[in-house]
Design a protein around this ligand. Structure first.
Ligand code: BES
Ligand code: ZN
Length: 630
């Protein structure tokens, strides 16, 4: 027994020793495993939670997108494959969840090496009116590539399909995408959150005679282009346009794309682009995207501009003939730093994109055209801000806005733009330009090619600028600026000497005196028209029109202001021009206030004719407006 027992004890000891060795080995192994996992995790930055995406980037992250697509105009569809290169963040991700909206998914496959693919199961979840539907695809621990064969629906919210009649040339159809804020998911299945950045490449098949361009490397001289975007960008910056397009360089690194009948006018209008690029670089450090072009779209484009990397998309309404509306190019170019290089992590952080950009836009304008021009632009922006603060509820006056249950496009008011820019103006006026410029250069370097939250940006600002001088910092109520409605009492009030002169001339004009307007800039005209009383009788309106030929203007920004006055004051000689404008121009900023001001009957009559030429985004806005109108 004893022996036996001791043998057993010996066995036990042996066993225990083995067990210890085993446990040590196992734990060493798991530790090393954990280390590799940890290393992996360290190369993948954490991602902010985004309420506007179904995707699961905290578990598995898309790093690269490879598109092979065909554009079929007859069926208003884009079809083909997207291959997503993925990286596992947590070990146990069983599926990758992507965003999709109205996509037809034909087949999903996975691969470990990018050569051999096997079919994988997918499931499309319940559709949400704002977010679209989650697309979950089964993956294995070794899955590195996910291939999706799909096609888009004619209702895709990112796509506008134009008939030849809706283009300048009238001969060829046209297609363009608008992915911001959450429309990329309607033409590519991906993790559609600005917190996830991807590189991409694409091969786009288009009908003979048409040219495809993307917000990527382009090929002005080859028909069959392979597109590359080698820098990691958020999905909302993926962009494509297809049409009868021609290219003109405007400098060493800059140029314009447009339909052949528009391209020379566009090149002349934007001939200062190279100088703008140099001015921006001097202020904020190197332009990191190699090349900067602007694509001038047909007039239905719902925005003024969209900062697609390397290729800004722009409305033709800025082709005024006198370069007076190029602030839009300065704005989109400025996004090459604020927005494209350092990106809002969620749509609640949108002010980081737009507020910084408006500030930089005006700094570029000042470099090129002088301080008085900057002051006029800032004063007009301040007027916009004051008006918007009157119409938006307090919750929407907050820079870090709560968008729960809402479409992020609703957050794109003037508030993130102009209030955001005003905060930077206060920092500039308090700390001085030199300090702020140095800070911003460092900020863009530090966060380059990253997506950041409001909290991260504020922490960096406090640590790297405010900490230098607590006394000066105390003058800037940062939390109030970012988390409270309205404006702090200490907010700057941009003014312009040129506008002060006009303010007194408005009184003279109202009294029937003639005033000298021949040297006025577009900005001075805008200030004059905005400064007139809201209600003007017919004789005043007619005097304005006959003295200044406002109804026949070629400058759309002034024309829009005038048409708005015409509608508000029921000045019917301008109505034919109003209808012509609304049935050719789809820029939401112009169109929406005009429909708002019209009577229901007038609005309905024009909208019926105009609706088919508007982009889905403008259609949605005006549909909602009309539904609430009486
Ligand atoms: N990125 C915006 C356009 C945008 C914002 C599209 C939100 C979709 C959702 C672009 O940079 C912009 O701000 N455009 C302005 C013009 C600019 C000069 C203020 C516009 O389109 O009016
Ligand atoms: Zn912008």
């Amino acid at each position: 027994m004893k022996r036996h027992r001791s043998k057993r004890t010996g066995d036990n000891r042996q066993l225990t020793r083995n067990r210890v060795v085993f446990i040590v080995l196992v734990s060493l192994l798991t530790m090393s495993c954990k280390n590799t996992v940890k290393k992996n995790v360290e190369t993948i930055p954490p991602v902010a939670r985004d309420i506007h995406s179904w995707s699961n980037p905290a578990e598995v992250r898309v790093r690269h997108v490879n598109l092979d697509l065909e554009v079929v105009f007859e069926q208003q569809t884009i079809r083909g494959t997207a291959i997503l290169t993925i990286q596992h963040v947590s070990q146990d991700a069983k599926h990758i969840v992507l965003d999709s909206r109205a996509l037809q998914i034909d087949e999903t496959e996975v691969s470990a090496d990018g050569m051999k693919y096997r079919e994988a199961r997918f499931k499309i979840g319940k559709k949400d009116a704002i977010l679209g539907a989650p697309l979950a695809i089964d993956i294995a621990p070794d899955t590195k590539f996910v291939r999706i064969r799909y096609s888009t629906d004619p209702t895709a919210t990112a796509l506008q399909w134009l008939t030849p009649a809706q283009t300048a040339g009238g001969m060829h159809p046209f297609l363009y995408t608008q992915s911001q804020a959450i429309h990329a998911r309607s033409w590519i299945p991906l993790q559609d959150t600005p917190g996830v950045r991807v590189t991409y490449e694409a091969h786009i098949r288009v009908p003979k005679g048409l040219k495809a361009v993307m917000g990527a490397t382009n090929c002005p001289n080859t028909a069959d282009c392979r597109f590359y975007m080698d820098h990691p960008i958020p999905s909302y910056l993926i962009a494509l346009a297809v049409g009868d397009l021609a290219y003109r360089p405007t400098g060493r690194r800059t140029g314009v794309w447009a339909e052949p009948s528009v391209v020379d006018a566009a090149a002349a209008e934007f001939s200062d682009m190279e100088k703008m690029l140099e001015a921006a670089e001097k202020l904020y450090g190197p332009y990191r995207w190699t090349h900067y072009d602007v694509l001038v779209l047909p007039p239905s484009f719902p925005f003024g501009g969209m900062e697609n990397p390397r290729l800004t998309f722009a409305t033709p309404t800025i082709l005024a003939g006198d370069k007076s509306l190029v602030s839009l190019v300065a704005h989109e170019l400025a996004h090459s730093w604020s927005g494209n290089l350092v990106t809002n992590a969620t749509w609640s952080d949108f002010w980081l994109n737009e507020g910084y950009t408006v500030y930089i836009e005006r700094r570029i304008l000042e470099e090129l055209y002088g301080r008085p021009r900057e002051e006029m632009e800032a004063a007009l922006g301040y007027q916009d801000l004051e008006n918007e603060l009157k119409i938006h509820p307090e919750a929407d006056q907050i820079l870090h806005v709560d968008l729960s249950g809402r479409d992020p496009d609703d957050g794109a008011t003037q508030i993130p733009y102009e209030k955001g820019a005003l905060l930077l103006r206060q920092i500039e006026e308090t700390f001085g330009r030199e300090k702020l410029d140095a800070y911003l250069r460092d900020y863009f370097d530090h966060f380059a090619f990253r997506s950041i939250t409001t909290a991260e940006s504020l922490a960096y600002l406090r640590e790297h600028l405010f900490a230098q001088d607590p006394q000066l910092s105390a003058k800037i109520p940062l939390d109030e600026w970012v988390f409270q409605p309205g404006l702090p009492v200490s907010a700057p009030k941009p003014g312009s000497d040129a506008f002060t002169v006009i303010d007194s001339e408005i009184g003279d004009w109202m009294k029937g005196k003639k005033i000298e307007t021949s040297a006025w800039s577009t900005q001075e005209w805008l200030h004059f028209l905005r400064g007139l009383p809201q209600r003007l009788d017919f004789s005043h309106m007619r005097r304005l029109d006959s003295q200044y030929h406002l109804t026949d203007l070629g400058n759309d920004e002034i024309l829009d202001q005038w048409l708005l006055m015409a509608v508000k004051n029921r000045y019917d000689p301008a109505y034919p021009r109003l209808e012509e404008f609304l049935t050719t121009v789809g820029r939401r900023k112009y169109v929406k206030p005009l429909y708002e001001a019209m009577s229901l009957q007038q609005a309905m009559a024009i909208y019926e004719k105009a609706r088919p030429m508007y982009h889905p985004i403008t259609q949605a806005t005006i549909d909602t407006l009309m539904a609430g109108k009486h």
